[in-house]
Design a protein around this ligand. Structure first.
Ligand code: PEP
Length: 255
């Protein structure tokens, strides 16, 4: 890891798991386990209805709370959607945008990902932007092209200053929730490709300062190796973030 120029970030994505009471219990259990582990930023991205409880439970700890999606309009007739200022008002600091499950099941496109990124940043949220190839694209040897294109479109009209509030998560879709983890070399290579895209667009200083995580079946056992790579500045963790003990090991491996 390159801690001289960038922040290491370990973020949990709880997806559609844990009711508010269960969320509180997991956070209470996690707090002492990650106390003092301040060499990385620790975030939990929880279901919308858990956010207020999670913020309250995490008070006084080093755990930050985020959401898993945000709408791109500020308000209006968008039944079932949540706006950025709603998230901020209940204490969310971060939001995941463009997760592959949103792209796969809910019609998210590179264009709407970009719209959501702009809306979230404008409101003052920090963004965890997800990009990644599907298995077929990896097999066709077009991972670099796909991930570069997703990154470029998602960052349209995002300037250098706004990049301070963006974390990028490289998540190969074939590794999410499948137990198939990318090798540390694959993760490092694609995180490096993303960094090159940032360098071409914003210059080296921004590229070297931006946190780029790996996500996809990262767990307590494989995290140390993945996090040892120079371009892997943290992890976005699904399944293993639901258990406090496992998540705490990953946070520990980022120290
Ligand atoms: C994710 O949801 O972003 C993820 C990486 O999930 P998992 O760790 O379960 O593969």
């Amino acid at each position: 890891m390159n801690r001289q120029t960038r922040n290491t970030v370990i973020a949990g994505n709880w997806k559609m798991n844990l009711t508010p009471s269960k969320a509180k219990a997991v956070i209470e259990e996690l707090k002492p386990l990650v106390a003092g582990k301040d060499n990385c930023t620790t975030i939990l991205c929880v279901p919308f209805v858990d956010i207020a409880t999670a913020v309250e439970a995490a008070k006084g700890s080093n755990i930050k709370i985020g959401a898993q999606n945000v709408h791109f309009e500020e308000k209006g007739a968008f039944t079932g959607e949540i706006a950025a200022d709603m998230l901020l008002e209940i204490g969310a600091e971060y939001v995941i945008i463009g997760h592959s499950e949103r792209r796969q099941y809910f019609g998210e496109t590179d264009k709407t990902v970009n719209q959501r990124v702009l809306a979230a940043l404008k409101a003052g949220l920090k963004v965890i932007l997800c990009v990644g190839e599907v298995l077929e694209e990896r097999e066709q040897d077009i991972t670099a092209e796909i991930v570069s294109m997703q990154t470029k479109i998602a960052l349209l009209n995002v300037d250098e200053e706004m990049m301070k509030n963006i974390i990028i998560a490289y998540e190969p879709v074939w590794a999410i929730g499948t137990g198939k983890v990318a090798t540390a070399e694959q993760a490092d290579e694609v995180c490096g490709i993303i960094r090159n895209v940032l360098s071409a667009k914003y210059g080296n200083t921004v590229a070297e300062a931006t946190t780029i995580q790996y996500g996809g079946s990262m767990n307590a056992a494989n995290s140390a190796e993945l996090l040892s790579k120079v371009n892997v500045d943290g992890g976005l963790i699904g399944g293993a973030s639901l258990k406090a003990a496992d998540f705490a090991v990953i946070v520990g491996n980022a120290q």
